[in-house]
Structures are given as C-alpha cells and as structure tokens.
Design a binder for this molecule. Structure first.
Ligand code: HEM
Length: 145
C-alpha cells in the first residue's frame, strides 16, 4: 500500500526557494491562540474543537496510548472532525487542535490521515511538535512489511 504523506506542492517549493513566501496566518477565534493552546494542555479538560477535547482524546485512546496503528487505520481518520496524523513515526489525534492552528483549518486538514513530517518541517521546522501535541499521541505507525 502506498504510504500516505503530505508533501509540499511545486508552487510551495518554488515560493520558498524564491524567498518571497508570505506568511499565511489566519484570524483565530478569541481564546484560541498558541498561548491558550499550551495553557490548555496543562489543564486538558477544556481544549475543544466541536465536541472533541484533549481530555476526550485522552479518554478515548487511553487503552491504546502506545499502540501500533496500521496505515489502513490511519487513513480512516482523514477529516477535521476526526483527524489522525503521523509525525516522526508516532500517531497523533489532532482533532482538538483545528481551531488553534495559526495557519488555519484548511492547511491543517492536509495532514489528516497522512504522515505530515515532511510538510511540517518544510512549513515550520522551528515549531516544537512534540511539546505541543504530547497529550494527543495515541500510538506509533506500523511500517509496511
Ligand atoms: C499539513 C500540515 C500543516 C500545514 C500545511 C501547516 C501550515 C501552516 C501555515 C500556512 C502556517 C502559517 C504561517 C506560515 O505561513 O508559515 C502555520 C503556522 C503554524 N502551524 Fe502549521 N501546518 C501544518 C501542521 C501543523 C501541526 C500538526 C501543528 C502542531 C504542532 C502546527 C503548528 C503551527 C504553529 C505553532 C504555527 C505558527 C508558527 C509561527 O508563527 O511561527 N502546524 N502552519
């Protein structure tokens, strides 16, 4: 099975190489800044995207928090309402982060159901993924044999 990976488009590669790339931050709802996100990770009861909270992710996946996850299963979680992504081999349920992503929900949706490692480093290699998503880690991806 083909490994599902988000890769930058040719346009994005050229734009970056030209040094003319514009930042594309989008306006977020009040209370949904990066600082708010980090604060909520310390009190996980309230980080919400719709009805999915960091706490509900933790509860839902507790029984399998370090489980092997297959590519088939990863691919089934490919919408903003139910979004899993892979970063450096580990799987994260990023659903609660959608309304907090500074680049907007449409950009983050590209990661859903796929491995976002390469795209993440391309777009913002200076961001500490593990620190931000620690509570949302649900397992690791099983490499195809
Ligand atoms: C396919 C995956 C992703 C894409 C395409 C994407 C895209 C973007 C874009 C367009 C921005 C706006 C700033 C810019 O234009 O560079 C941004 C900012 C940001 N994203 Fe993402 N993102 C992705 C995944 C993630 C994930 C999973 C996280 C969580 C750790 C994340 C965290 C951030 C943060 C913290 C910023 C603010 C960066 C800053 O201000 O320096 N992104 N992203």
């Amino acid at each position: 099975m083909e490994y599902p990976e988000v890769i930058p488009t040719e346009f994005e590669i050229e734009e970056k190489a030209s040094g003319k790339r514009q930042k594309q931050k989008v306006p977020l709802q009040h209370g949904h800044s990066q600082l708010d996100w980090m604060r909520l990770q310390k009190q996980p009861a309230v980080a919400t995207a719709g009805t999915t909270t960091t706490a509900s992710v933790a509860t839902k996946h507790k029984f399998r928090s370090n489980a092997p996850i297959t590519i088939e299963e990863l691919k089934q979680h490919s919408t903003p309402e139910d979004a899993w992504t892979v970063y450096k081999g580990r799987v994260y349920d990023i659903t609660p982060y959608f309304t907090y992503h500074p680049g907007g929900d449409a950009q983050l949706a590209r990661a859903a159901g796929k491995d976002c490692t390469r795209m993440f480093e391309f777009r913002h290699g200076w961001v500490n993924f593990e620190a931000m998503m620690e509570k949302l880690c649900i397992g690791y991806i099983e490499q195809p044999k």
